[in-house]
Design a protein around this ligand. Structure first.
Ligand SMILES: Nc1ncnc2c1ncn2[C@@H]1O[C@H](COP(=O)(O)OP(=O)(O)OP(=O)(O)O)[C@@H](O)[C@H]1O
Length: 350
């Protein structure tokens, strides 16, 4: 089921939370709403769910106006960050709940419910807690059960608000992949709220980047990362070095270079910038180098594979007093009112 959002406005007091939002979520896709805290992601999700009423504008489910439709009629499944399970019911019964309360005509028999619930519990790798109660589970386990419960009724739309926000990093990563695989199997149209750009990049088919109640960009993970529409998108999706050099006098202002888009040149030329190493930090397979600009222009970050770092170090090129020359392989600038352009004239960074 596709979701169409049209000219949606919502304010709380003087705060504009949805600023004329228009958005198409194609059927079967997993779309991430990505943005900083307070950008309006949750409010948009709640309006799609029918839990919040917009001031103006509309939400359509597969072309049919659902704006005035009650939340119970929208066939949506929710997993919200603080969506509590029923404390007095076993885990099994929590997952079975949505099926048990169906009208008799569409209610599955006990054996079918049992099979379905156990399959879902296996899917979230918690079949062994079926007889426990919610208070006997960790917060992370409860979220996995909430996901199983949301899926039990085979919703047409699945809405998830920071569902893995409370989990530790490793479990969080596992569940992301699991959600991705699950989505590839069941293809239920899903909208996923997150403020974590890595999570959005890893999980989603499309990313909608939000800021101050507006959509800054809507595109595939590759599109928003490689061709950011605005400086906000570029900076929100990862670390970036900003140069206010010569480019400052041109339309659009700054130039942006990501840490992995810098390289060390063999010799100085008119496209390189002289620096010295100030610190090196290894994070997993990559090493992050912080350089000090020799012209006093501040610091620069560069990221390179650990093996390359070790080679440079062994060659004695990373001593604190050795002058190095950095070159940008790629840089991004924004012309006034236009989308990003990537320049291959790295001199522009100086
Ligand atoms: N019921 C409400 N009453 C008043 N203000 C609200 C209400 N709900 C949200 N807001 C305000 O609206 C703005 C957007 O909130 P929203 O929760 O949609 O943002 P968000 O991007 O999901 O942020 P977060 O990641 O922190 O949840 C915030 O400034 C918030 O304080």
């Amino acid at each position: 089921m596709s979701i169409e959002v049209r000219n949606l406005n919502k304010r709380f007091g003087k705060t504009v939370v949805c600023d004329n939002l228009t958005l198409d979520i194609p059927s079967g896709e997993l779309v991430a709403l990505l943005g900083p805290s307070g950008s309006g992601k949750t409010t948009l999700l709640r309006i799609i769910a029918g839990l919040e009423v917009p001031d103006s504008g509309s939400v359509h489910f597969h072309g049919a106006d659902a704006t005035g439709t009650d939340v119970r009629e929208r066939a949506v499944g929710f997993v919200f960050q603080h969506y509590a399970l029923f404390g007095h019911m076993s885990i099994f019964e929590n997952v079975a709940f949505g099926l048990r309360v169906r009208p008799k005509a569409t209610r599955p028999d006990d054996a079918t419910i049992r099979k379905k619930v156990m399959e879902l519990l296996e899917l979230v790798q918690l079949d062994w807690v079926a007889d426990r109660f919610p208070h006997q589970l960790s917060g992370g386990q409860r979220q996995r059960i909430a996901l199983a419960r949301a899926l039990a009724v085979e919703p047409k739309v699945l809405l998830l608000d920071e569902p893995f926000g409370a989990l530790d990093a490793k479990v969080r990563k596992e569940l992301r992949r699991w959600l991705r695989r699950l989505h590839d199997e069941v293809h239920v149209t899903s909208v996923f709220v997150t403020h974590d750009q890595e999570e959005a990049m890893e999980v989603a088919d499309r990313i909608v980047v939000m800021n101050h109640g507006r959509i800054e960009q809507d595109g595939t993970p590759d599109e928003v990362y490689d061709r950011p529409a605005t400086p906000f998108v570029l900076q929100f999706l990862g670390d970036v070095n900003i140069f206010h050099g010569r480019a400052k006098h041109e339309a659009g202002g700054a130039s942006y270079v990501r840490p992995h888009e810098l390289e060390i040149a063999e010799a100085a030329d008119d496209q390189t910038l002289a620096v010295t190493l100030s610190q090196a930090l290894t994070v997993g397979p990559n090493t992050r180098l912080e350089f000090k600009r020799a012209d006093g222009g501040g610091f620069l970050d560069m990221e390179l594979p650990r093996a390359d770092y070790l080679r440079l170090k062994d060659a004695g090129r990373l001593e604190a007093d050795v002058l190095l020359h950095l070159r940008a392989r790629r840089l991004t600038r924004f012309a006034e009112g236009a989308a990003s352009e990537t320049a291959h004239d790295p001199a522009a960074m100086i």
